[in-house]
Design a binder for this molecule. Structure first.
Ligand code: SF4
Length: 469
């Protein structure tokens, strides 16, 4: 596995706006998606409702690339718009799988964008195909759109209320008809979704950083199991019949979300800083300097330094222009991929005992090369400290580590991992301390990849979905 792929990927970010006055809704969604770019870099799409029509544009690549060359201005003015950024692991059919899913059904024109992952997609699709449904893609979002439509009797809210109990897995949805914007969060609230207002417009986004990007004030998070309908009557809230039991993905705080977001009452920045502090308190080691793997571990590394009294120093410089779709055509170039992406700051490291902090370790290949790079730059000792527990189990709820064989920690101890990556020592934050670092969150957590206990029984998981795609 090459270095660039040794990163965890979230599968999506969603954004929606309902406007009574401002007609440039596509531009609002564009800036919202721009702020959510970290949640998906492989495709982007915006759909706009105007009069009784929906017009959309989707493409492969980053938001500014997809909507360059006048594509954004080609979208019409309208009252409602939704957008989506996606990460996928797939090849040929990627553009087909880009969102929003747009179609005409019993509720007229409709568009849907989804963040998360269902674990019963194939079963639902098979059932729908038996009932004469046809599908263009293999994505669960299309299955959701078709099921909502088929159960709607021409009433979108009825369709959503009836379909949601059939969905198993993680879903934060924005759905649009020509007169309504609907936001839905699954009964466990696994993926984040929040509501804001800017002037008289109402906006919905995966993270609060996207509300800030469009000048919106945060109103509240969508609750687990809540269906929020926004139309000319204002905002109405409906709860699913299934009793919500919150199990928010704790990895949002560890890695996925932007540090300037606040999710379910907890600042991502504050949670990462607290994780660094707890790491220093419980997994300390003597050293000369503390450094973070840029960028996501820097907050924790500074907090570790402050708590331990060991000075913080930059050990790695990151090339910010290497995208996640960076391709290395042959083995030699793959070997060099990390060197292109980051480089050691020799002057800060030489002759030093170094603590290097990272947010998580999945496959271990990148950390092994980072340790080697730091040693080659003259570090006397390299101690790795990780702001989350050992990932021992796959995730099927929207993150792309889906097999045990991908996980360096699946069957290894800290000592064995240290040996494998060539570090003097490796220590991980405990599950208890990770939860403690997010104590401001007003929901309970999914900790499945650390503990093997998921919100849904793993026996029912369809594990071959990405292969299908
Ligand atoms: S298994 Fe891990 S990554 Fe997946 S939803 Fe649960 S906490 Fe998040």
């Amino acid at each position: 596995m090459d270095e660039i792929q040794d990163e965890i990927h979230e599968e999506c970010g969603v954004f929606g706006v309902y406007s009574s006055e401002n007609r440039t809704v596509a531009h609002t969604v564009y800036y919202g998606l721009f702020a959510l770019q970290h949640r998906g870099q492989e495709s982007a799409g915006i759909a706009v409702a105007y009069a009784d029509k929906i017009m959309y544009y989707k493409g492969m690549g980053l938001v500014p690339d997809v909507f360059s060359g006048g594509k954004l201005d080609d979208l019409p003015e309208g009252d409602i718009a939704i957008g989506h950024v996606r990460y996928s692991t797939t090849g040929a059919s990627q553009l087909l799988n880009a969102q929003p899913v747009v179609f005409t059904g019993k509720c007229g024109k409709m568009a849907l964008a989804h963040n998360g992952n269902l674990v019963n997609t194939a079963r639902l699709r098979e059932e729908l195909i038996k009932n004469n449904a046809v599908f263009q893609t293999s994505i669960d979002s299309e299955v959701m759109a078709v099921l909502i439509n088929s159960l709607s009797d021409g009433d979108i809210l009825k369709g959503v209320m009836r379909a949601c109990p059939r969905f198993e897995g993680a879903y934060a949805l924005v759905i649009m008809t020509t007169d309504k914007l609907i936001a839905v969060r699954d009964p466990y609230g696994i993926r984040p979704l929040c509501i804001g207002t800017v002037d008289d417009d109402i906006v919905v986004a995966s993270e609060s950083c996207a509300l800030d990007a469009v000048g919106a004030n945060f109103v509240r998070d969508v609750k687990p199991g809540e269906i929020v309908v926004i139309d000319s009557e204002g905002i109405t809230s409906h709860m699913m019949e299934r009793i919500p039991q919150s199990r928010m993905c704790i990895f949002e705080y560890v890695y996925f979300a932007r540090p300037d977001s606040v999710i379910d009452g907890c600042s991502v920045y504050a949670a990462r800083a607290e994780a660094g502090r707890l790491l220093a308190e419980h997994c300390g080691v003597e050293a000369d300097i503390v450094a973070g793997v840029p960028d996501s571990a820097n907050v924790a590394a500074r907090a570790y330094a402050e708590a331990s009294g060991i000075p913080f120093a930059e050990a790695l410089a990151k090339n910010r222009y290497v995208g996640r779709t960076f391709i290395q055509p042959d083995q030699r170039q793959r070997e060099n991929a990390l060197a292109v992406k980051m480089n050691a700051l020799r002057a800060n490291i030489r002759g030093k005992r170094l603590i290097i902090i990272d947010d998580s370790i999945v496959r271990g290949t990148t950390m092994r090369k980072i340790v080697r790079m730091l040693r080659e730059a003259g570090a006397k000792e390299v101690h790795v400290r990780v702001c989350s527990p050992i990932i021992k189990h796959p995730c099927h709820l929207g993150i792309d580590f889906q097999t045990y064989s991908q996980l360096v920690g699946a069957n290894r101890t800290e000592e064995q991992i240290a040996k494998l990556i060539g570090a003097d020592s490796v220590r991980y934050l405990s599950v208890e301390h990770l939860v403690q670092s997010c104590k401001a969150c007003n929901l309970n957590f999914c900790l499945g990849c650390f503990t093997g206990e998921y919100p849904y029984p793993p026996e029912g998981f369809e594990t071959d979905k990405l292969r299908l795609e």
